[in-house]
Structures are given as C-alpha cells and as structure tokens.
Design a protein around this ligand. Structure first.
Ligand SMILES: Cc1cc2nc3c(=O)[nH]c(=O)nc-3n(C[C@H](O)[C@H](O)[C@H](O)COP(=O)(O)OP(=O)(O)OC[C@H]3O[C@@H](n4cnc5c(N)ncnc54)[C@H](O)[C@@H]3O)c2cc1C
Ligand code: FES
Ligand code: FES
Length: 468
C-alpha cells in the first residue's frame, strides 16, 4: 500500500492508498474540509488554489494546488490559507493589510492572493506585479491588493512561516518516508533505477511539474494507469554554468532556469518572466517543456537558436542530438520507447541573443509566436554565422534556415534584412488558429527580424509601453 506523508499547516499527515492523480486541491477541500483553497479554473490560470509548499531541501514555493498531484507533496510541508494566520488566530501581516487596504470584495480570489503574498513576504520578494500575475481578481482590482502587499513588506515574518523546514526534518526521522514502487505509480530517487524501470515500463506516463499532465487529468479526464513522478530525481536537477557551456537537467524548473541565466542572457530571462505565472514557473520543468513537443513552448525556439543539444537516455544507453532534430512533426518527436530527457546543454557564448514572445496578453499567456535570433556580426559589419528559430510558425519549433542563409555572408544592413525577411515564406506556412491568423504570423515574423536589427543597433522597444 502506498503511503504519503507530509505536513499540513504544521501537523504531520499520513495518507494511505491515495490515488496518484488526486490533486492537492481536491484533497484539501474534499478530505480535509479545508475549503479556503478555492477552485476557480482548475487549470493553472487563476491562482485561487495557491498553496505554499516547502520541500525537504527547504525550497519554498507558491504552487497551484489544482495542478499538483498528491504524490508530489510526499515529504513536503503544505500550508493552505488556513495555515497562514498564527496558530493563535492572529492574522498574518498580509491578511491585516488586505483588510486595511480594502484588498477584497467578493473574496473568492483572496485566499490565493493571501498565500502568494505570504510566501513572497517570507522570502522578502517585493516584485509584486510579477509575483501576483498568476492570481486573478475580477472585482476588487489590483491597486488595493498591490497596496496591501507593499504595506505588509516591513512587518516581521511570523515565526511559523519559517518553521516548516525544521518540522520536516522531524517528519523524516519519525516516519522515514520512502515512496516505494507499487502497481500504480513509482516515485524513484535513483536515476539508474528509474532508467531501468522506464525501459521496462515504456507506456508509463512521466510526470515532472505536472503543468501539462495535470490538465490531461483535470480537463481531459484521462486515466493514467501507470505513472512515474520525477520530482525526487536529484540527478535531473543539476544546473552547471561553465565558462564555455551551460548544462541544465531536465528537472530544473523554469523559475530556477530564469534565475540562473537571467544575467547571462537578459532577453531569455525576460522571456521566461512571461512564461505562465509565478506559480507555473515554479512547477514547470525545462524537460517537460521540451519533451511535450509543443509547437508553442517558449524555451525550445530559444534553445535551438543557442545551438542546444538534447541528452536522451534509454535504460543504460545514452544519445545526444541537436534539439531541432528532436521535433519531427506536429505531435511526433525523435524519442525511442522507454527513452527520457536527461539534460540539455548549449555553448554559453551568445552575445546577440534576443528572443521575442508575442501573445495576446503580456502575462499568463501562451505564445502566438515566439522568435529567437542569435547572429554573429563581425567588425566589418558582415553576418558571419547565425541561428534563427521560431515557435508558433509551424507544427514544431523550427529553424528559419532560408532566412539564415539569406543573412549569413551578407552585410548587416536594413536592405539585407528586408530581402532576407522575404525568405520566411520558404521556411514557414503558418496556420490560422485562435491565437493568430496565418497572415498575422507571417507579418509578425518579418517585423521581429526588423525589431532584432533595431535592437542590436541599440534601438530596443519596451513592449509594455503604450504609445498613442
Ligand atoms: C497556466 C499555464 C500556463 C502556461 N504557460 C506557458 C507558457 O507561457 N509557455 C510555455 O512554454 N508553456 C506554458 N505552459 C505549459 C507548461 O507549463 C509547459 O509545457 C511545461 O514546461 C511543462 O513542464 P512540466 O514539468 O510541468 O511537464 P509535465 O506536465 O510534468 O510533463 C509534460 C510532458 O513532458 C513529459 N516529460 C516530462 N519530463 C520528462 C522527461 N525528463 N523526459 C521525457 N518526458 C518528460 C511528460 O511525460 C509529459 O508528456 C503553461 C501551462 C499552464 C497550465
Ligand atoms: S483553480 Fe485556477 S489556478 Fe488552480
Ligand atoms: S475579490 Fe472578487 S475576484 Fe477578487
């Protein structure tokens, strides 16, 4: 029988025989009757279900409980909104500030906001626009909520908000929790064991951050008969920034990636800051973003432009391929049965890397298209090498090889740009869908090349600026 042990609002909880795709949201509301945590969208978009999760390493995250399966919190500490106030009932400083600054009207979104704000408060994070972009409020409006977050900043962090990590150590010594293999799911801690298991169970569903797979269950109502959770595989969470290359394990989250590479590639960092929401970025992994093969995933075009290599493993066998060769056609990738993504590596140097995400909303939106440009221009103003890749322009993330050919070896001028941009029609025949029409995508790809030209000339554009 599978047991899951975790702390809930500071109290140890053991759950026997839990369904592996039971969400933490449903568990809190249905089993614990902790109904402060709300279900708004049940797909990661509204933040009403936000909970605080502290893992055994002490890492604290605000996560969407609707996209979090119960086995993912094994060995962790969870605080729902009911665990944010002091155990004696004294409100947390962010709760007091929400009251005094009139940050709540109907109150449906408020528990999610309070948890996001309390986690940020404990971490001393003050970028409230970023942190709260994944919490939607449809009636109060954001000004009073942001005022409340600012007002609470200077208040001391209540001690119970820092207590979970210490309490977790207790949970482990007392319970010695090890999620073992059972008939329905596997929660490995050894990469070699997992590689062998997956080779023998190639039909199993792998779950990393569950920001995609969660929706298969909550929206697609899919049954997942066999599952492996990858969250305890430390070997997949390695992150190496060397002088000449960068290596990122498949289990590194988008938030961790953003923190690690933001100073090296500011443009990539900015793109990642618009990836989903704060909650989604803290759950979603780079491996999941590549493995799912989505044509509109944000990381693949950038990594292709960086010349990334994908490291795959099947049992004991490893192979490496250029990332662009992994994406064969819509819904089909070059992945053998029982093979998984181990890590992604790329050369560090990319002085001229720029990436542009175009979406209907600035925050919390999937790209209509995403262009990544990485050209080398020598002192004589000649393009000597380059990679350009797009998401949203075809059934897979794809290089714009015709455009690249029209640029390399030519002077880096507005005339060259105009001529090269004509080659986009040879590279791509984009679809029309809900996010953008084919014509819009073609025109925008052309315009992004012009933008890149201006950007390298020092005329960058702030897309959050509205000019009349
Ligand atoms: C609200 C919301 C907003 C989003 N916004 C964005 C966005 O702005 N940009 C964007 O690109 N995406 C976005 N996404 C999509 C999603 O976050 C990403 O695709 C994410 O990177 C998936 O990673 P994960 O770890 O959550 O994957 P999971 O859901 O755990 O898995 C996704 C797929 O990858 C497979 N997989 C995972 N890890 C491995 C591995 N190591 N080897 C082989 N297969 C593996 C799984 O089996 C599954 O098929 C959003 C999703 C939501 C719910
Ligand atoms: S219910 Fe909307 S993000 Fe979870
Ligand atoms: S207070 Fe009503 S949705 Fe935010």
């Amino acid at each position: 029988m599978t047991k899951i042990a975790f702390l809930l609002n500071g109290t140890p909880v053991n759950v026997d025989d839990v369904a592996p795709t039971q969400t933490v949201l449903d568990y809190l509301r249905d089993f614990e009757k902790l109904c402060g945590t709300k279900e708004g969208c049940n797909e990661g978009d509204c933040g009403a279900c936000t909970v605080m999760v502290t893992d055994p390493t002490g890492q604290v995250r605000a996560l969407n409980a609707c996209l979090l399966f119960m086995p993912q919190i094994d060995g962790c500490a969870v605080r729902s909104v009911e665990g944010i106030a002091h155990p004696d009932g004294t409100p947390h400083p962010v709760q007091s500030a929400m009251i005094s600054r009139h940050g709540s009207q109907c109150g449906f979104c408020t528990p999610g906001f309070v948890v996001s704000m309390a986690v940020a408060h404990a971490q001393g994070a003050q970028d409230h626009d970023q942190i709260l972009a994944g919490n939607l409020c449809r009636c109060t409006g954001y000004a009073p909520i942001i005022r409340a977050a600012v007002a609470a900043q200077s208040a001391p962090v209540p001690p119970h908000m820092h207590a979970d990590h210490g309490l977790l150590a207790q949970l482990h010594t007392e319970k010695a929790v090890e999620a073992a293999e059972d008939q329905r799911y596997y929660h490995p801690t050894s990469l070699d064991d997992f590689a062998n298991w997956y080779f023998e169970n190639p039909k199993a569903t792998l779950i990393a951050g569950a920001t995609d797979v969660g929706l298969w269950v909550t929206k697609g109502l899919r049954d997942l008969p066999k599952i492996a959770f990858l969250g305890k595989l430390k070997a997949l969470q390695s992150l190496e920034i060397a002088d000449d290359h960068i290596s990122v394990g498949a289990g590194v989250t988008i938030a961790q990636l953003k923190d690690a590479i933001g100073d090296i590639y500011p443009s990539f960092g900015q793109l990642l800051s618009r990836y989903g929401s704060h909650q989604v970025r803290q759950a979603a992994t780079l491996g999941g973003n590549i493995a799912n093969g989505s044509p509109i995933g944000d990381a693949p075009p950038v990594l292709i432009a960086l010349g990334a290599r994908l490291h795959l493993r099947q049992g004991k066998r490893r192979r490496v391929l250029n990332l662009e060769d992994y994406f064969l056609e819509y819904g089909r990738q070059d992945r053998l049965v029982g093979e998984f993504v181990e890590k992604i590596t790329w050369p560090r140097a990319a002085q001229n890397l720029r990436c542009y995400k175009v979406s209907k909303r600035r925050d919390q939106d999937i790209s209509a298209l995403c262009g990544a440009f990485n050209l080398e221009v020598n002192a004589q103003g000649l393009v000597t090498a380059g990679r350009i890749a797009f998401g949203g322009m075809s059934g897979t993330p794809k290089r714009a090889r015709f455009v690249e050919t029209a640029l390399v070896g030519h002077p880096w001028t507005a005339q060259t740009i105009e001529k090269a941009a004509q080659a986009f029609t040879q590279d791509f025949t984009p679809l029309s869908d809900l996010r953008a029409s084919s014509a819009y995508r073609e025109t925008t790809a052309h315009n992004l090349l012009v933008r890149y030209f201006n950007d390298l000339a020092g005329k960058s554009i702030d897309i959050s600026e509205v000019t009349l």
